[in-house]
Design a protein around this ligand. Sequence first.
Ligand code: FES
Ligand code: FES
Length: 174
Amino acid sequence: MPEKIRITITVNDVLHDVLVEPRMLLVDFLRESLELPGTHVGCEQGVCGACTVLVDGGATRSCLVFAAQLDGATVRTVESLASPDGTLHPIQRAFPENHGLQCGFCTPGMLMATCELLEHSPAPEPGEVTEALGGNLCRCTGYQNILRSVGAASRMLAAEAGTPTLPVSTGASA
Ligand code: FES
Ligand code: FES
């Protein structure tokens, strides 16, 4: 049995000082060790994007990273989006309101990819949206409603911040 590795890692604003198996994937660490099942496991090969979380602010496929690699890192999962009182984040509201999900399997990854995009580019061009979400696969929606959802989330966030923004076109395809 390989020796466990001690890491400190901040997940959703909580600091954890833990021992992890050297080959434990980040997605398994999140779901099993921290009991955060919001991050979904799809292909386990870095293809589908269902497991996307933010590592130090960047969208990352958690099935491709070992937890042991993340000593000192900050991770945000889909569970971090809602407020402690349960109020949904604008991105979480925008998707169902715009039919951006059906079965919901891809949704946690879509939400976190959208989160990274809008944090870096609050009023993205259509091409930026397709580039940011193009690696996240959805078998249900045909993508158009996901693109609408991202545009709606952008406008909702701008409205909350009191910042005028140009509407994101919904005509592009992913
Ligand atoms: S489960 Fe990680 S990319 Fe598909
Ligand atoms: S909503 Fe079903 S896979 Fe995207």
